[in-house]
Write a protein that binds this ligand. Structure first.
Ligand code: HAM
Length: 542
């Protein structure tokens, strides 16, 4: 992004901060990358975002197991064992292969029991590794082992992995022998890391905000109204309005139910704020599409009905839909394959399955919107592409955007905090695609860019005096472009015109002596001599 276009982005962001302030939102800044499991659990493993679009890598210290083995051997330690553990790879970045290299020193006479040295590292799962894993799993789990190497074992558990440990204690366990496990086999394919962690460039920011809510105990503050502006990353096929690094402007209202976080008034307020923002930016031809995706209980019934309806037809649908029909039927509504659309049209809709509470909540949101004069249309196919949504779900679309017509999307996520291990914390929020927002503006960069008020043109040897004058004028909130005394007057005039300055101010020896300067209006050609003390007022036209 280059100037002058960045002026449009600044224009948008300034309006955003201004409007959000009026609704008492405050800024939160979360990290650009987080632990992979946060997004997998928060956004949902079956969503396109998690299944296909995340930028994920293993972050850890390089581990040189060969050097370590040599060191052990040189110390006269004899028994090096390698143990492999992990689970069948559903998601390789969630379940990386875990290897434990164990140095089991032979006990010396007179010394007490020896504690084996243990180094643990992780690698990506390969087909060969799976074979080994299955064999390793034959060695059953042992609580004793977990106790002995508790730290590492616990880490495994928090990463959502099942633990496979050998039977018996570390001393009596039957280990897979190093000879059997060709460690180089893994090394050749992918580097292995000591205690590596799987990290992901954030594909969205709601999970990060809720993680922060839990981690920093934001519950204590009651209702949190937070907003953010920043880059997000998804490996999608790039096209107009769809990028791999894109920017979101988002907001989240989250807190304990006792702080009113569940109230339909919050849903309506957020939607009304968005309407206000778009109007303020001069974007008027938007359409607000509204739906309720119900509570998890409502959705259980819906999922059942969807599964039934999909059973006879799934085989004729795309591969993704065939999988979704089994794992997460709701996600069938995300399908973009044209041939599948006629089938999807015939599927049951969530609105038929809303319970009394959900319906009342949804009605209340609509009632407030109508009262405050925010127009909307109901769309019962709208389920949104992320798993955390409950009840209100919405999108604002804009005709001028073409295929990627969703300028923003959002909704409630009443169970997200609990799904991430936090307290109950109902919430609602949205994210605007800033790239798309800028594309739908009628305003132009030239129109919002603030051009220099004055081009200060120093005559030969006058750089210092010109800089002093520029400094004084900038204190009056004027935009000053400062020239160079190496320029002849003609070149200074050209530079001033090119910069789009309103005035040119000549700083020569005589002017400094008289403490009055030649100020020329570049549009009208009018030139006057103005005393230093009067300059700012004259330029501001006061
Ligand atoms: P989302 O619908 O995935 O929701 O993204 C929100 C908006 O980000 C989209 O409507 C679109 O304007 C923009 N966007 C998404 N992907 C791209 C892309 N590849 N290129 C350009 N723009 C894109 C969320 O992200 C949720 N976190 C919103 C939310 C907040 N829900 C509750 N709170």
């Amino acid at each position: 992004m280059l100037p002058p276009e960045t002026a449009l982005w600044n224009f948008v962001e300034a309006a955003v901060r201004d409007v959000f302030r009026a609704y008492n939102f405050q800024e939160i800044r979360t990290p650009i990358f987080e632990e992979t499991a946060l997004f997998a659990r928060g956004v949902g493993e079956e969503t396109d975002i998690v299944a296909k679009e995340m930028y994920t890598w293993n972050d850890g210290e390089r581990f040189d197991e060969d050097a370590l083995r040599k060191e052990w051997i040189s110390r006269g330690d004899t028994e090096n064992r390698l143990y492999v553990e992990g689970t069948t790879p559903v998601n390789t970045y969630l379940n990386p292969l875990r290897l434990l290299l164990i140095n089991h020193r032979p006990p010396r006479s007179g010394s007490g029991p020896v504690k084996p040295e243990l180094v643990c590292f992780r690698a990506q799962v390969t087909p060969e590794a799976v074979e080994l894993l299955l064999r390793a799993r034959a060695h059953t789990r042992s609580a004793e082992f977990v106790r002995q190497y508790g730290g590492d074992a616990l880490y495994l558990q928090t990463a959502g992995l099942r633990i496979v440990v050998p039977s018996g204690t570390a001393d009596s366990a039957t280990w897979i022998d190093t000879q059997e496990v060709e460690i180089e086999q893994f090394q050749a394919r992918t580097p292995v890391f000591k205690s590596s962690q799987s990290l992901t460039l954030r594909p969205e920011n709601t999970a990060g905000v809720v993680r922060a809510y839990i981690q920093h105990d934001l519950e204590k503050r009651g209702l949190n109204k937070l907003y953010y502006i920043g880059p997000q990353f998804r490996r999608e096929r790039p096209q107009k309005g769809r990028y791999r690094q894109f920017y979101q402007i988002g907001a989240e209202v989250i807190g304990p139910a006792s702080a009113g976080s569940e109230s339909p008034a919050r849903d309506a307020e957020v939607l009304e704020m968005l309407a206000t923002l778009l109007d303020r930016l001069g974007i008027t031809d938007w359409n607000l599409e509204l739906n309720s995706v119900g509570t998890p209980a409502d959705r259980a019934g819906f999922n059942e009905a969807l599964r039934k309806a999909l059973e006879p037809v799934a085989a004729t649908m795309c591969a993704d839909c065939q999988r979704r029909a089994v794992t997460n039927p709701l996600r069938v509504f995300d399908c973009k394959v044209p041939e599948d659309q006629s089938i999807i049209e015939t599927l049951p809709r969530i609105t038929q399955f809303l319970g009394e509470e959900s319906r009342k909540h949804f009605d209340a949101v609509q009632e407030i919107l109508t009262k405050v004069g925010v127009r909307f249309s109901l769309n019962d196919r709208l389920v949104r592409g992320l798993d955390y949504y409950t009840r209100t779900a919405f999108e604002f679309t804009h005709g001028a955007l073409g295929a990627q017509n969703a300028i923003l999307g959002g909704g409630r996520y009443d169970g997200l905090s609990e799904a991430l291990g936090g307290p109950a914390a109902p919430g609602i929020g949205f994210a605007i695609g800033e790239d798309r927002l800028v594309m739908s503006l009628k305003a132009t960069a030239e129109g919002v860019l603030r051009k220099p008020d004055v081009y200060v043109a120093p005559m030969a040897g006058m750089n210092g005096d010109a800089a002093r004058l520029a400094r004084e004028l900038r204190r009056h909130d004027l935009v000053i472009e400062l020239g160079d005394d190496g320029f002849r007057l003609k070149k200074s005039f050209e530079a001033a015109t090119k910069a789009g300055a309103k005035y040119i101010l000549i700083v020569g020896e005589n002017e400094v002596k008289a403490d009055a300067f030649a100020l020329k209006n570049l549009a009208t050609g009018e030139q006057v001599s103005v005393a230093r003390a009067e300059l700012a007022r004259k330029i501001q036209g006061r």
